[in-house]
Design a protein around this ligand. Structure first.
Ligand code: C2O
Ligand code: CU
Ligand code: CU
Length: 487
């Protein structure tokens, strides 16, 4: 299967600067009503937790093979995917971090038809283990280990493809998985755990009639990113999830290529947010709306204790984007079916983990985000430049704190992601973040025309890392740059 190449060719044929949006929708988005989907009849799958394999002692050894496979998404129409161990989403890795860190070494074998790179998103890892888009490519038929020390605070991380120029199609085909870490401190908080700690990966897709994923990389998609009319939760369109009447913890990840979600519960009940991208907040935050841009995570508790057995609650996306008249994605993405009463010894304590106050910055760097045109097609600039692996765009000194300003001088949002670090959002257009965004973050959504300031300590490893927009069609075309941490 060479879906990505075929689609890349197709997009070249299809794209044209003169096409208006409604014509694009008619001509290029495969009939979204064709797959016969009955919503809320399939249970939400939970990606399997990966088991260790024999290997050197004192660390957890894993082996993942990247292969083609088929996903059962639309009845009777198997969807060809690229998957970690051939499944979508990939297997979940559960690791120990922080005060009880254990090294994880994953041997990745590439049996796909193109080179891949594997990145641990949010991970504090050495440059050679970061999955650099050009330096760390794994050619077809080869393998290499990735070494993750897990010395950072526990968090909801994820791993995904990062191959230069084709990260969008590769991830769209399925190369995404959870990497969730915990430590003794967090265990002692007695949050919901085990089967009551559930990863939830949200993605959107366009399907061809035969059930395959369509990747219509039109000119419009270069501008806004690929947005699907079907929303998948852990790889299934509109599943249900049976819960008992107690507190449940959900690690919600927006792994979509471009779509931003505003999640609410249909009964108006709030989420109790415990954490964001880089770990726990100082204290839980009660929120009725959770906005998640691509790559962002929210670690939340939903308390079903007081809902009568038989209650159905929808996880609802109230964010309509792309031209609103084209957005045919349903609002309700997941249904919780409330079952029987259950014992619940878990608690949501009034304070979680103090978030460090970073010292004053030694410098501020500015990154201007703009749109450009090259060969008649949209490209995306950081400080007027496209990604060039031979160029270093910033060189922080190991251990120093910097403020980075992302100045969005374009008419679409850009969720900006920095490798290596977890940062803190200082403000967006001068407005400090709400308490749910005040913790450790690795991705900040910079709305159209606005400026975000983030503060981070660049420390622990020296060498070259990338930072980029996490709308994958922007990243691939070529909204990415490099920083080099120097001793
Ligand atoms: Cu999740 Cu560089 O990416
Ligand atoms: Cu990353
Ligand atoms: Cu962008």
């Amino acid at each position: 299967m060479t879906v990505s190449r075929r689609d890349l060719l197709k997009m070249g044929l299809m794209a044209g600067p003169g096409l208006s949006l409604p014509r694009l929708a008619e001509a290029q988005i495969p009939d979204p009503s064709s797959p016969p989907i009955v919503p809320f009849v399939r249970p939400m799958p939970i990606p399997p937790v990966l088991s260790t394999v024999p290997g050197p002692p004192g660390q957890d050894n894993y082996s993942i093979t990247q292969t083609e496979g088929f996903a059962n998404i639309i009845p009777g129409r198997p969807t060809p995917i690229w998957g970690y161990n051939g499944i979508y989403p990939g297997p979940t890795i559960r690791a120990r971090a922080g005060d009880s860190a254990r090294r994880v070494v994953i041997t990745q074998t590439n049996l796909l038809s193109e080179s891949v790179a594997v990145h641990l998103h949010g991970g504090h890892v050495s440059p050679s283990n970061d999955g650099h888009p050009t330096q760390d490519l794994i050619p077809t038929g080869t393998q290499r280990p990735f070494d993750y020390p897990n010395t950072q605070l526990p968090a909801t991380l994820w791993y995904h493809d990062h191959a230069v120029d084709v990260t969008g199609p590769h991830m769209y085909l399925g190369l995404t998985g959870f990497y969730i870490t915990g430590d003794n401190f967090e265990d002692m908080l007695n949050l919901p755990t085990g089967t009551h700690d559930v990863p939830v990966m949200i993605t959107d897709r366009v399907f061809n009639r035969d059930g395959s994923f369509a990747y219509p990389l039109t000119e419009d998609a270069l501008v806004r990113g690929i947005m699907g009319d079907r929303i998948l939760v852990n790889g299934v369109i509109q599943p249900f999830f049976s819960v008992t009447r107690r507190k449940w913890r959900f690690r919600i990840l927006n792994a979509s290529n471009a779509r931003v979600y505003d999640f609410r519960l249909s009964n108006g009940q709030p989420f109790i947010q415990l954490g964001s991208d880089g770990g726990l907040l100082t204290a839980p935050v009660t929120r009725t709306v959770l906005r998640l841009a691509p790559a962002e995570r929210a670690d939340v508790v939903i308390d079903f204790t007081n809902l009568p057995t038989g209650t159905q609650v929808y996880l609802r996306n109230s964010n309509r984007q792309i031209p609103i008249w084209l957005d045919r994605a349903p609002r309700d993405v997941l249904r919780f079916d409330v079952g029987n009463t259950a014992s619940d010894n878990s608690v949501v304590p009034s304070s979680l983990r103090p978030v460090e106050t970073l010292p004053a910055e030694v410098r501020t760097r500015d990154f201007l985000l703009t749109r450009g045109v090259q060969n008649g097609r949209t490209v995306w600039f950081i400080n007027g430049l496209l990604f060039d692996p031979a160029r270093i765009d910033a060189n922080p000194t190991d251990g120093e704190v910097e403020v980075w300003r992302f100045i969005n001088n374009s008419n679409v949002n850009h969720p900006m992601h920095i490798h290596l670090v977890q940062f803190q959002i200082l403000d967006i257009n001068g407005v400090p973040p709400g308490p749910g965004e005040a913790g450790w973050k690795d991705t900040v959504n910079v709305p159209a025309g606005q400026t975000a300031r983030v503060k981070a300590r660049f420390a622990g490893f020296t060498g070259t890392y990338v930072f980029h927009c996490h709308i994958l069609e922007h990243e691939d075309h070529a909204m990415m740059a490099q920083f080099q941490v120097t001793p």
